[in-house]
Design a protein around this ligand. Structure first.
Ligand SMILES: Cc1cc2nc3c(=O)[nH]c(=O)nc-3n(C[C@H](O)[C@H](O)[C@H](O)COP(=O)(O)OP(=O)(O)OC[C@H]3O[C@@H](n4cnc5c(N)ncnc54)[C@H](O)[C@@H]3O)c2cc1C
Length: 407
């Protein structure tokens, strides 16, 4: 403790998401005095409201698929699979709760000071932390801001009064709708569309660009579109909603398209992107964020000691990528230094129960694939087996991916 109640630490991580927690544990284990402040999600977005709960639900959807194909595989089941929302929720919560408990233990074991509270800057290197039960703490350090992103609602007429769901609120849903409109055909939109179609919901997915997964090569995106169509998802590619409203008489959600036509659903999931969480960081806006899409460098901050890490500054939007950003920044004591690690391996949260992996580099320039590159092969064991099929990705990351699909 030093002057005026300010505690000095070697590293302070604000926001305990993938990048932040990896960095904090790594440095604490290396003997640094580390504090990490997390507002409400122990383990961050991925554990609580993104990768883990969705992958738990994808597991349930996969089980439905297995049940449907059981006979083909020589297994007789008495009935068709029936989805229970309570059961889905129970399964999802048990997986998430287990991960949260594991994170609590890992944080304690690493030796870091894990603080459940909200951090606000009061000076370039000083943060005040408000917790529920303890007095306000003041911490001074080199600081990594890892406050992540939250679902962004697009600026469409009527949308704010239409009670649309986001990828986070949909995890709390109280009943399964019969018809769902999904706005956005990125990883998140495709994954939910696939999952809900397998749960027996009639899904219509509207995607402004004429390709799903715009960051992927068209041949990869085409495969995914085919799989979704096989699962019964109605695909509207190149179709942009320009307004969303609730029909006063039926209570339905109505997406009004550019040509004036309508798509109706019982509920609607908006999966059109995420926005950085920086607005309430206090004092002068400490972070200047470069455009989120495709941004892959360090973001400019107002002081050389500050570094922004995590999703807002990494691409693609997958957990592994922010994690590497976090860990690599730790290898430099000067947190203002831009550190990149190459190659970077990202595992993609893929839709349609399809796992697709690629090996990517932080550099925008494609590099040759090393001989010892490790690839994660997708497996799709429930339908007729056709793979593995090499698919060359030229545009997205400039190197090949493999995926096994079954159609
Ligand atoms: C639906 C969905 C599914 C996904 N599935 C996958 C997947 O299968 N595989 C994969 O690799 N990636 C997946 N992702 C992406 C992955 O979740 C993100 O890349 C990852 O969570 C980003 O981590 P982060 O470190 O940037 O920040 P986050 O995990 O968002 O952490 C930021 C943290 O900061 C905290 N915070 C914010 N402000 C403050 C403050 N003032 N004080 C203290 N704390 C604060 C927040 O509470 C939050 O916990 C998915 C994303 C979504 C939305």
């Amino acid at each position: 403790m030093s002057d005026r109640g300010v505690e000095d630490v070697d590293l302070l991580v604000v926001g305990g998401g993938k990048a932040g927690k990896s960095l904090a544990m790594d440095r604490a284990q290396a003997g640094w005095k580390v504090a990490m402040v997390e507002r409400d999600k122990i383990g961050g977005t991925c554990i609580n409201v993104a990768c883990i709960p969705t992958k738990a639900l994808v597991g349930s959807a996969r089980t439905v698929l297995m049940g449907r194909h059981a006979k083909v595989m020589g297994v007789e089941l008495d009935d068709q699979p029936l989805v229970s929302l309570d059961g889905l929720r129970r399964h999802k919560s048990s997986v998430v709760d287990g991960m949260v408990a594991a994170h609590k233990k890992m944080f304690a074991d690493s030796g870091m000071d894990f603080i459940l509270g909200t951090a606000r800057f009061i000076a370039p290197r000083t943060v005040e932390v408000e917790t529920r039960n303890e007095p306000i703490r003041l911490l001074r350090a080199n600081i990594v801001i890892n406050t992540g992103t939250a679902p962004a609602i697009p600026d469409l007429a009527g949308i704010s009064e239409s009670r649309v769901w986001t990828s986070e609120t949909i995890l709390q849903l109280e009943r399964l709708p019969q018809r769902l409109i999904v706005l956005g055909g990125g990883y998140v939109g495709c994954e939910f569309a696939s999952m809900f179609a397998l749960f027996g919901i009639q899904v219509t997915l509207l995607q402004g660009p004429d390709q799903l997964l715009p960051r992927e090569d068209s041949d990869v995106a085409g495969e995914v579109a085919g799989i979704l169509a096989n699962q019964g998802v109605g695909l509207g590619l190149g179709i942009r909603a320009q307004a969303v409203r609730r029909d006063a008489s039926t209570g339905e959600v109505v997406a009004v398209l550019e040509d004036g036509s309508h798509v109706r659903g019982e509920e609607s999931l908006v999966a059109t992107g995420r926005a950085p969480v920086t607005a309430d960081l206090g004092w002068r806006q400490p972070v200047l964020i470069s455009p989120i899409a495709g941004s892959s460098g360090w973001t400019t901050t107002f002081a050389p000691q500050l570094v922004m890490s995590g999703r807002p500054v990494t691409s693609p939007a997958v957990r592994s990528s922010p994690m590497l950003h976090g860990t690599t920044s730790a290898s430099s004591r000067r947190t203002s230094t831009t550190v990149r690690r190459s190659p970077e391996v990202a595992s993609c949260p893929t839709p349609s129960l399809l796992r697709l992996s690629w090996r990517g580099w932080a550099s925008p320039r494609p590099k040759p694939v090393p001989r010892d590159a490790t690839w994660q092969l997708a497996r799709f064991p429930f339908q007729r087996f056709r793979g593995p099929r090499p698919i060359t990705t030229r545009r997205a990351l400039g190197r090949p991916s493999w995926m096994q699909t079954l159609t």
